[in-house]
Design a protein around this ligand. Structure first.
Ligand SMILES: [Mg+2]
Length: 312
């Protein structure tokens, strides 16, 4: 039987596609992290790209400036997840011929405002006619040489933290208005706090697995410690929602156990976003949840897969 995207899913697809690519010696980190890392003189550059598509990532009714914000902020979130500073971006627009030009202008105003707020210069792109409105943002960030915080650096015993609150992003408008955690990501890199980090774009359970697989470790998650958003609290099962819902765009990071108290103290002095300890890295290779009664459950990846859809 023929494999299709719907039968193999996103993870297997990416594996099959990147297996066909070759990378040069100036590539520090190839496919598989939040950004690729390439070397250019004294700096390492972070490369990421992200499409948003009408009816998939936003509705026709969404506020145009928020659509523009989301397109740029998603790419910024990946740069934040490496501890990087945003530098430049190019944007491709695909749109049907009957698209209202003023709507597109308002989307660009939203993109420009978010880019300017974070020091990102949008320096070009292209337009093409297509069946649905799509914005493709290709962004470049930078870190000092060898400074990027990868998914692969954690070890058993490290404490797992998450910024902000999780879940319910797509119940309300959080997925259109979230703030990329750039300041927090850079602060974590500068202080050498995070041994591994990624952003939560596909849901905590899925992105935690990305991190544990990249580091060849497991994790024990304290279910009752997961900070649920107000929108998630309105769902039937807030924790399940917070584990599976995508588009939180918070940071998931690990810190050595002997530094976790120092981290929380320094964090509360210098940053205003919440930072919550939600578990511990283990050697098991499994991701398990532990509730208040110390009942263990193996957590499956319930987050968003672009071809399987929402499994939460
Ligand atoms: Mg990411």
């Amino acid at each position: 039987m023929m494999d299709t995207l719907q039968t193999i899913g996103e993870t297997a697809l990416i594996k099959r596609l990147v297996g066909r690519l070759a990378t040069g010696r100036d590539v520090v980190v190839g496919p598989g992290d939040d950004c690729a890392v390439v070397r250019a003189g004294d700096e390492d550059w972070l490369l990421t790209s992200d499409p948003i598509i009408e009816s998939v990532h936003f509705t026709a009714e969404a506020e145009p400036s928020q659509i523009g914000h989301k397109a740029v902020a998603r790419a910024l979130s990946d740069i934040a997840a490496m501890g990087g500073a945003p530098r430049w971006a190019v944007v491709d627009v695909v749109a049907p011929g009957d698209t209202d030009v003023e709507r597109l202008e308002a989307i660009y105003d939203g993109m420009a405002a978010t880019a300017a707020a974070h020091g990102l210069s949008i320096v070009g792109g292209d337009v093409a006619c297509g069946p649905a409105l799509e914005l493709h943002v290709f962004a470049v960030g930078s870190v000092p040489r060898d400074g990027a915080v990868l998914r692969s650096g954690t070890a058993p015993g490290d404490a797992i933290f998450v910024t902000g609150e999780l879940g319910g992003s797509r119940i309300g408008t959080h997925h259109l208005t979230f703030e990329p955690r750039l300041r927090e990501g850079q602060w974590l890199r500068e202080g050498g706090w995070a041994t591994a980090m990624c952003d939560i774009s596909d849901g905590l359970s899925t992105d935690l697995r990305h991190l544990t697989e990249a580091s060849d470790v497991g994790a024990e998650l304290q279910i009752d410690a997961i900070p649920c958003s107000e929108a998630a609290m309105s769902a039937d099962d807030p924790v399940t929602h917070a584990l599976g819902d995508g588009e939180d765009f918070e940071l998931l990071l690990t810190v050595p156990a002997d530094r976790e108290n120092d981290l929380l103290n320094a964090w509360s002095r210098e940053l205003s976003v919440a930072c919550t300890r939600i578990g511990t890295v283990t050697a098991s290779g499994q991701v398990v949840g532990v509730d208040a009664a110390r009942t263990h459950t193996t957590l499956s990846a319930t987050g968003y897969d672009h071809f399987f859809g929402d499994r939460s």
